[in-house]
Ligand binder design. Sequence first.
Ligand code: ZN
Ligand code: ZN
Length: 179
Amino acid sequence: MIIDFREFETFPAKKVLVGGPEKISLDYQGVHSATQVEVDLSIQKSGEEFFCQGQVAARVAVECARCLKLFEADVNGTLDFIVCSIEYHEANAREAVDAEDYVHFADQAMRANIVEVVRQAVLLEIDMMPLCSDDCRGLCVRCGRNLNEGDCGCSGDEIDERWAALKDFMPPRQQTDNK
Ligand SMILES: [Zn+2]
Ligand SMILES: [Zn+2]
């Protein structure tokens, strides 16, 4: 996702970038890929800095936290960053702006790759516990079957395996009952 800042003649300028999965990789737990990314920016110039604000809309493939099925979710994030040369930034660092909110020109030609700020904006908006649907029934804890696809036949009131292991550590029942 490269912007050539020489292409703008008047400000504020508008820039739209649309890309497929090759544009942004989302290597992150439970997030598998972005199938579509659209960035819509408004760019204002001040001195040697370009102030970029806008939105990113992405369609991402994520794993359901309950049933582990992959599904697609739409994510909308906001973008707010400054583009300038690394030399200018080092000489004029703004105390109030985090370093990660800066993007530096990759070369003398004023091209900048904004993929990292876009990636961060998308990841920020992805649900920590994504669910394929609000009433996802998840997986059976005994047999692992996806319960959205039907019941598995395991009895729901049997003791949970996590507690079954604890039984061995408990004192025999008679001793606690007949004090
Ligand atoms: Zn699910
Ligand atoms: Zn089951």
